[in-house]
Write a protein that binds this ligand. Structure first.
Ligand code: PLP
Length: 321
């Protein structure tokens, strides 16, 4: 494998913990969690692994500013802002949505990390991002565009190494289950599984896309990451396991099932999930266990991708009402 530039910002390897009380409450399977919510940078999460490679690429290009886009409560934007601060880079975030009266959750931290925020509407997100990038370039800010969700070949490569890390920890679960959205995490995991010979199943619970769209995106990102790493592996959409049964009322809308999953993890394991990603993925995992599609005798590793900062956003108050 080609060696690629990387900065060290994540606390690795992230711990793997057993979840015996939650397993007992659900009547199986054997549950474990991999704590990528504890990657250490600005409250952590899966984007921190990707940023080790993205920041290295930005620095190699002589960048002075990181620019990216996301939703108002984007974890990706928060971690990008923290990484920029850590390397003395400016950060500009293009956030799609209504500017709220108060900055809570991730938005509060974006501001604390010193990011400049440009507001736009969801429909105009891409064009505003392009304009913001062009303007920064004209103003001599040497911008580096961090892809949406950090999901480029460079960013996805981080999860190839995360699979290597898991196997080196001696963990070989029957299933790895996690939240999948922009696809970089799943692409890296699927490619890493292929390269390092992980024999279990890598199941992405889709947060906001239909199965066909997401599995095609993941496969093409995995192949781009393989090229980037100098690997010959090729994956097709049929090699990518995506479940899209849990899209609920759409992105960022916490329903009863997400609420139940968050409460079960909190009350039985003292573990925090988030309302947008891990709450939905855990709800899917719990449902698949109850239906017997993840069997009692199987081991299931829930790969925690972070995001619990969003619990402190005003809009999710109903969790405890
Ligand atoms: C971004 C994010 C994901 C999804 O990861 P992708 O690589 O975009 O698919 C999952 N969980 C959390 C908490 C995230 O912030």
């Amino acid at each position: 494998m080609r060696s690629i530039p990387r900065v060290k910002i994540a606390h690795l390897p992230t711990p793997i913990e057993a979840l015996p009380r939650l397993s007992a409450v659900l009547g199986g399977a054997k549950l474990f969690v991999k704590r990528d919510d504890q990657t250490g940078l600005g409250m952590g999460g899966n984007k921190t692994r990707k940023l080790e490679f993205l920041v290295a690429e930005a620095l190699a290009n002589g960048a002075k500013t990181m620019i990216t886009a996301g939703a108002v409560q984007s974890n990706h934007c928060r971690q990008t802002a923290a990484a920029a601060a850590r390397f003395g880079l400016e950060c500009i975030l293009v956030l799609a949505g209504e500017p709220p009266g108060e900055s809570t959750g991730n938005l509060l931290l974006d501001r604390l990390f010193g990011a400049v925020i440009v507001w736009t509407s969801p429909a105009e997100r891409d064009s505003t991002l392009q304009q913001t990038f062009d303007l920064a370039w004209e103003n001599g800010k040497r911008p580096y565009l961090v892809p949406y969700g950090g999901s480029s070949a460079t960013g996805a490569s981080a999860y190839v190494f995360a699979i290597q890390e898991l196997l080196e920890q001696g963990s070989h679960p029957d299933w790895i289950v996690f939240a999948s959205s922009s696809g970089g995490t799943q692409a890296g995991m699927a490619l890493g599984a292929h390269i390092f010979g992980y024999r279990g199943k890598v199941l992405g619970i889709s947060i906001d896309e239909d199965r066909e769209t997401l599995s095609e995106r993941v496969a093409s990102l995995a192949n781009a990451a393989a090229d980037f790493l100098g690997e010959e592996a090729r994956l097709g959409a049929q090699d990518i396991l995506v479940n899209d049964d849990y899209l609920g009322q759409g992105y960022g809308v916490m329903g009863e099932v997400e609420k139940e999953a968050i409460q079960l993890f909190a009350r039985h394991e003292g573990l925090l999930l988030d309302p947008v990603y891990t709450g939905r993925a855990a709800a899917g995992m719990i449902d698949l266990i109850r239906k017997g599609q993840l069997r009692r005798d199987e081991s299931v590793l829930f790969w925690h991708t972070g995001g619990s900062t969003a619990l402190f956003a005003d809009r999710y108050q109903s969790l405890v009402e």
